[in-house]
Design a protein around this ligand. Structure first.
Ligand code: SAM
Length: 285
């Protein structure tokens, strides 16, 4: 199957689950974001974002889904904020929340691979959070897009599930024996047809969807290949996936999440395509 066909199936699957996510979380998130300056990020992410500095930055959040984290970045003083997601229903919900809570951020329904030249070199920060990367069929090409979006010396920030957690079973309790149930190395797409309501647990007929599990070295090498220098990496025992809370309680701590911060190199800007400050001439933001 072509990569575009995979993404199209994923778009349909995300549209199908969004009403259930909205049902489970809309009221809570709307209520919280009506409070002035509300911030949804927690430690260890919050500390790293503060260290990086959010105020005054132009930020693009890729695979933003419901858009909640971008609202927080705006509340932390970010300048221009754009959330991008393939799902029509996710973008609709995100736009509605931003309007309801009167927070000036923008959302765009687009495949990340289709982001046009008008965004080239526009952003100080490309931001990604839990569960974004697994949907992207070509990781090398993806980080090429990240490079393209960033201003020279701009940062890439990701807080996601640790690739190690791909090995582990999703369900368990304090007595469950921790067993390896899936391979670490797997270059094909995983095909699923189970429901994705990880917030409300609703059972519904889920359209087929496809995920990709990347190893740590595949992630790092895709960044390196695209001239994004690694500035920080942290591994955490904290589960951010809604799937492994049962593992957090164990005395044997496992790597369940990670933060990775990269920085675009300064010296790879094509002089013909940029103005004196290194900003793309195509950038309309
Ligand atoms: C697990 S969700 C992200 C959740 C979000 N980090 C949060 O915590 O609320 C993954 C999102 O990636 C989006 N997505 C998948 N493939 C995409 C693509 N090619 N371009 C843009 N968005 C994509 C899906 O529509 C979905 O909303």
């Amino acid at each position: 199957m072509k990569l575009k066909e995979i993404t199209e199936k994923n778009r349909i699957a995300w549209n199908a689950v969004m009403p259930y996510h909205q049902k489970a979380k809309k009221e809570e998130w709307d209520r919280n974001f009506r409070k002035t300056g509300y911030i949804i990020q927690q430690e260890p992410e919050l500390r790293r974002l503060k260290e990086l500095g959010i105020a005054g930055k132009k930020i693009i959040h890729l695979c933003c889904n419901n858009g909640r984290e971008l609202l927080s970045l705006k509340n932390m003083g970010a300048d221009f904020c754009l959330g991008v997601d393939i799902s029509d229903a996710a973008i609709k919900g995100a736009k509605e929340r931003a309007a309801t809570c009167n927070i000036a951020v923008d959302y765009l329904r687009s495949d990340v691979y289709d982001l046009g030249d008008e965004y080239t070199g526009c952003f100080d920060l490309v931001y990604m959070t839990i569960g974004g990367l697994v949907w992207l069929p070509d990781i090398k090409r993806f980080f090429g897009i990240v490079n393209k979006l960033l201003k020279p010396e701009g940062h890439f920030f990701i807080y996601d599930s640790h690739p190690f957690s791909n090995l582990l079973p999703w369900e368990g309790d304090a007595n469950t024996k921790v067993e390896i149930t899936q391979p670490y190395f797997h270059s094909e797409a995983w095909e699923w047809s189970d429901g994705m309501d990880y917030y409300g647990g609703a059972e519904y007929e889920a359209p087929v969807h496809f995920e990709f599990t990347y190893t740590l070295s595949e992630i790092l090498m895709a960044l390196i290949y695209n001239q994004i220098e690694i500035r920080f990496m942290g591994e955490y025992e904290k589960d951010i996936s809604c799937g492994f809370e049962w593992l957090e309680q164990r005395s044997m701590k496992l790597p369940l999440s990670y933060i990775l911060i990269g920085q675009k190199q300064k010296d790879i800007i094509d002089g013909d395509k940029t103005n004196k400050s290194g900003r793309s001439k195509n950038c309309r933001i």
